[in-house]
Each structure stands twice: as C-alpha cells, then as structure tokens.
Design a protein around this ligand. Structure first.
Ligand code: CDP
Length: 223
C-alpha cells in the first residue's frame, strides 16, 4: 500500500498536533511533532544561561541531539538522551521558541533532520512550514486554523491541567503575539501552502477533524 506524507500546518492551538497524533495512530504511520524539536532546541539554549543576542547557535546545533520516540501519550522528546517532554511545554520555553525558531542555522539543521525522518513516507508531520518548506511535494497538505477564542480556550485548559495558573485572556495575548512573530519572520514564515486544504477547527471535535484528515488520506492512499 502507498505510504504517503501528510503535512499539517497551522498556528498555535489549531489542533494540528492532536490531529496529527490521532491520524498517525489510525493509519499506523510515524508521527513527528516538529514543534517539539524547536522547543527542545530552545530548552538547550535556555540551559546555556546566555543571552539570545549574539548567541552561537552554530555550535549549539552541533552539540545537541534531539530524538522523537513513540510513547503512550503519543511522543517522547529526548534532548541528548534526556526525556524533556514535559519541560519543553513550560511558558518560558514556549515564549522563547519563536525567536529561536527564527534563527537560520536552527531551521537548517532541524529541517534536514525532519526530511530524513519523513523521506520513506508513512508519516504525519505537523508544524508551521511542513507543506511550504520541509515537504513541498507532500501528498496531502492541510492547514488547520481556528478562532483565537477557540485556540486560547484549548490551550488554557491544557496548561491548567498541567498545573499552571493562567487566564484565558493572558493565553490569548501570548498566542496572538507568537502567531504574529511566526507569520512575519524572514525565514519560512507560517503561511498556508497554495495547494493546502484548509480545515477550520473552531467548532468541530478532535474526532471530526481526525476523520476529515483520514478520509482525505485514504482517497490518496487508495487511488
Ligand atoms: O503547539 P504550539 O502550536 O503551541 O507550538 P509548537 O507547534 O510546539 O511550536 C512552537 C514554536 O516552534 C512555534 O511558535 C514556532 O515558532 C516554532 N515552529 C516552527 O517555527 N516551525 C515548525 N515547523 C514548528 C514549530
């Protein structure tokens, strides 16, 4: 059976990660959360204790190893062998992930790794630039988006469940700032690929959005 590449892009809280994980499970595909790779790189930078301005990302990228492993909850992220899955979701990492992900050498190295991971097909990859830059020839490209209210509500719920004390207003502000930064950076900004199909997830459930993607994927797999 054909093993396709599914590219899932979109802004924070659009539901792409959950959908990608569910779709991969159902199709028995590999799931790759590229955001986790930018987050792990950001954590390595934070741990260096240095300032962003003038930081030697070249040397950082040559000295870190990021691995994604399947786990019960979907995926485990390892930084130099250490499980950092939880730590990469903290507010500090989230805030700095955007400026770190805008650094050319960081993107170059991670995009190379992502292409290597996905080249055999049978993969669902989610991020900001998968359909535009990482796999411009992906078999299926989707762009998920949702209203800022829906996205902020989802993210607030997740963070509260993880023990953070946050308000939906504050999260909406942080998401909007990050979207703006990600959409306006010079290298590989967040944008819909011309040939991506758009899914508005504001008023649909995870199951519904997963089924939409599975149906589209099956049409291509069985064609
Ligand atoms: O889950 P959420 O949408 O909050 O973020 P994420 O997907 O984990 O990505 C965190 C940050 O990494 C984003 O805000 C982007 O700045 C960056 N990123 C990127 O530039 N390119 C990707 N393919 C994935 C993430």
């Amino acid at each position: 059976m054909k093993k396709i590449i599914i590219a899932l892009d979109g802004p924070a809280g659009s539901g792409k990660t959950t959908t990608a994980r569910e779709v991969a499970k159902k199709l028995n595909y590999i799931y790759i959360d590229t955001g986790a790779m930018y987050r792990a790189t950001t954590l390595a930078f934070i741990r260096s204790g240095q300032e962003l301005e003038g930081f030697d990302f070249d040397s950082l990228m040559n000295n870190i190893k990021i691995e994604l492993e399947p786990s019960e909850s979907g995926q485990r992220t390892l930084l130099n062998g250490e499980d950092v899955s939880k730590e990469i979701r903290t507010a500090d990492v989230t805030k700095l992930a955007s400026p770190v992900a805008a650094v050319g050498i960081v993107r170059e190295k991670l995009v190379d790794q992502q292409r290597e991971l996905g080249k055999q097909g049978g993969v669902v990859m989610d991020g900001r630039d998968i359909g535009t830059v990482v796999f411009p020839n992906a078999d299926l490209k989707l762009y998920m988006h949702a209203s800022i209210e829906a996205r902020a509500a989802r993210r607030t719920k997740e963070l509260i469940a993880a023990g953070e004390d946050v308000s939906v207003e504050e999260i909406a502000k942080r998401i909007a700032n990050r979207d703006e930064f990600d959409s306006n950076r010079e290298i590989s900004p967040l944008r819909k690929a011309d040939d991506a199909q758009v899914i508005d997830t504001s008023n649909i459930t995870i199951e519904e959005q997963t089924n939409i993607v599975i149906d589209l994927a099956n049409k291509i797999i069985n064609s």
